[in-house]
Design a binder for this molecule. Structure first.
Ligand code: ADP
Length: 160
């Protein structure tokens, strides 16, 4: 049976931290679906379309990676796509506490889905989308924090 993992997140925007986790996970799974959570209540900086476009460009040459989006429960998205693994990245103890609760609740909702965590490499520990957004909003150069094929100038934020 094909091992399919879902990597869910806001990816607002997708960073080298996210990229590192996905690339390493390719040796564990046959297919990875990067699933952008479309939360109508949470305002994002980049539109859903832009966030998906950026991720698709990063993995344009990787046929085992698909980009999609979803609303509602992550485990429902997993079931619909016959994915038995939920991939998440861990940076710090704070991430662990947050992820622990989500993974345990997801397990209670669907016992067939296993959460799998990869610890980030040390250089990626301080990188998060909030900081990248703040740099962009303040007119700074955030290019070293996003995958090298992405030119942030080509993408406009919602409140830019
Ligand atoms: P969410 O809103 O679901 O937390 P994010 O886009 O912030 O979405 O993160 C998606 C996943 O990527 C989470 O598991 C998060 O811990 C992980 N992640 C974020 N930044 C990094 C990083 N620098 N290194 C490793 N994993 C990361």
């Amino acid at each position: 049976m094909k091992k399919v993992a879902v990597f869910p997140g806001s990816f607002d925007p997708f960073t080298i931290g996210h990229e590192g986790i996905v690339k390493r996970a390719l040796s564990l799974f046959d297919e990875i679906i990067i699933a952008v959570g479309a939360n109508a209540l949470k305002k994002s900086y980049y539109s859903l379309k832009t966030r998906k476009e950026i991720i698709a460009k990063v993995f344009q040459n990787e046929p085992r990676i698909r980009v999609d989006h979803y609303e509602g429960l992550t485990v429902d998205f997993c079931r619909k796509n016959e994915a038995r693994y939920l991939l998440r990245g861990l940076r710090t103890a704070a991430d662990f506490e947050f992820e622990r609760a989500i993974a345990q609740v997801n397990k209670a909702l669907d016992t067939d889905v296993e959460s799998v965590f990869l610890l980030t490499i040390p250089e990626h520990t301080p990188i998060n989308s909030t900081i990248v957004r703040d740099i962009i909003r303040s007119g700074g150069d955030a290019s070293k924090f996003v995958p090298s094929v992405i030119r942030l100038k080509d993408y406009k934020g919602e409140d830019a």
